[in-house]
Design a protein around this ligand. Structure first.
Ligand SMILES: Nc1ncnc2c1ncn2[C@@H]1O[C@H](COP(=O)(O)OP(=O)(O)OP(=O)(O)O)[C@@H](O)[C@H]1O
Ligand SMILES: [Mg+2]
Length: 373
């Protein structure tokens, strides 16, 4: 079982085929209960099919979502920046907020620009300014909204050009930025906005959503399969849903083995075996596991990534050893990202992990054993 932080009651693989009753019990025919939207009849990627359309269906980050719900109800939206890692609902929340604030006027009163659009200084000067000047009749407390998605890759010059526009047209137009790194948004824009930070979704939140989607799509799964999805996606709902759909499409049944095959990541049980050998300073056996994984063609970065996740979730090792292991794994991760991803690098890591568990006196230089000149 992949060692995730989450504990699930059942330890034996149980098959939870979604019963047709669950699917039939969907309330409000034609309305998807996970998103609040009308269901399309054609096949869509599940990430889009299950993209929430109203704030109350967005999972996780409760406090922030609650604040957005208050804004949606009362209007007078401030300029906002939502920042956080990928796939956790930033774009979705902004779209939900705009939809709830503007209702039928959404089409006319919202403009969305993302990284795929040209957002150079000319666009800011022309397109955004023109939109800000446009007259749209809205109820009081409602404003036109400019959504700048993936704003962290707008050039600083284009961001500078927004400063005055944001102020001049603030009585009619509000700005909503979504980005991964708020530090890439220039200070003057940050100071004009409320900055909301989203965190990764918890294992529990991911599990609940995955179970709901499985029930809805009638996917057969084992709990270990869902745990594996959570383990590989690391709090990223988009990745979890994509991997679920790929595993279902490729294998039918969603089990841990099938998920790791689809994600092309080494099975944590293998890695666990390797760590357990390291903890006993059994270097030969530990290296053998790494060589096997190497032989299977796994990339060094994936092996090291899984090593980190397994050590982090390891419940049976002393805290000090865990800290030292994570430090060593971190150094090797850095070297791999710099391009040094050889088997020797990996073997060196294993040697250090074993050495950490050995007694320092085993390494003392013994002059008596030294051949004399
Ligand atoms: N909090 C969430 N609740 C429910 N579904 C979610 C959530 N977060 C992400 N998803 C799913 O993942 C998909 C992508 O989410 P979204 O576009 O909001 O990610 P993002 O945070 O904007 O990521 P990026 O930084 O890559 O732009 C959604 O269509 C939805 O299916
Ligand atoms: Mg986004």
């Amino acid at each position: 079982m992949p060692p995730t932080a989450m504990s699930i009651d059942s330890s034996t693989p149980s098959n939870h085929a979604a019963s047709s009753n669950q699917a039939k019990s969907v309330p409000g025919a034609g309305i998807n209960p996970l998103t609040g939207a009308a269901q399309g009849s054609y096949e869509m990627p599940w990430v889009e099919k299950y993209r929430p359309q109203v704030l109350s269906h967005v999972v996780g980050n409760h406090e922030t979502i609650e604040r957005l719900k208050v804004i949606a109800k009362e209007g007078n939206m401030p300029h906002i920046i939502i920042s956080g890692p990928p796939g956790i609902g930033k774009t979705t929340s902004i779209l939900c907020l705009a939809r709830e604030l503007l209702g039928p006027a959404y089409k006319e009163a919202v403009t969305e620009l993302n990284a795929s659009d040209d957002r150079g200084i000319d666009v800011v000067r022309n397109k955004i300014k023109m939109f800000a000047q446009k007259k749209v009749t809205l109820p009081s407390g409602r404003h036109k909204i400019v959504i700048l998605d993936e704003a962290d890759n707008m050039t600083p010059a284009a961001q500078q050009a927004l400063r005055r526009t944001m102020e001049l047209y603030a009585n009619t137009t509000r700005f909503a930025f979504a980005c991964n790194l708020s530090s890439k948004i220039i200070e003057p824009i940050q100071s004009r906005c409320s900055v909301l930070r989203y965190g990764k979704l918890s294992d529990k939140e991911l599990l609940k959503r995955l179970e709901e989607v499985c029930a809805f799509e009638k996917v057969e799964y084992t709990l270990e399969g869902l745990e594996a999805l959570i383990f590989t996606s690391e709090g990223d709902m988009r990745q979890a849903l994509n991997n679920l759909q790929s595993t279902h499409a490729g294998f039918g049944l969603v089990t841990a083995d099938n998920v790791f095959k689809v994600c092309d990541q080494p099975h944590p049980l293998y890695i666990q075996k390797c760590i357990d050998h390291c903890l006993k300073a059994e270097i030969e056996e530990a290296v053998k596991v790494i060589e096997e994984l190497w032989g299977m063609g796994y990339a060094a970065v994936d092996v090291v990534g899984t090593l980190f996740k397994v050590v982090r979730g390891h419940t049976g090792m002393p805290e000090v050893a865990k800290l030292n292991y994570i430090r060593e794994i971190g150094f090797v991760h850095m070297r791999i990202l710099e391009g040094n991803s050889s088997l020797i690098q990996m073997t060196g890591l294993i040697a250090r992990l074993c050495q950490l568990m050995m007694n320092a006196k085993d390494f003392q230089f013994k002059a008596v054993n030294c051949p004399t000149a």
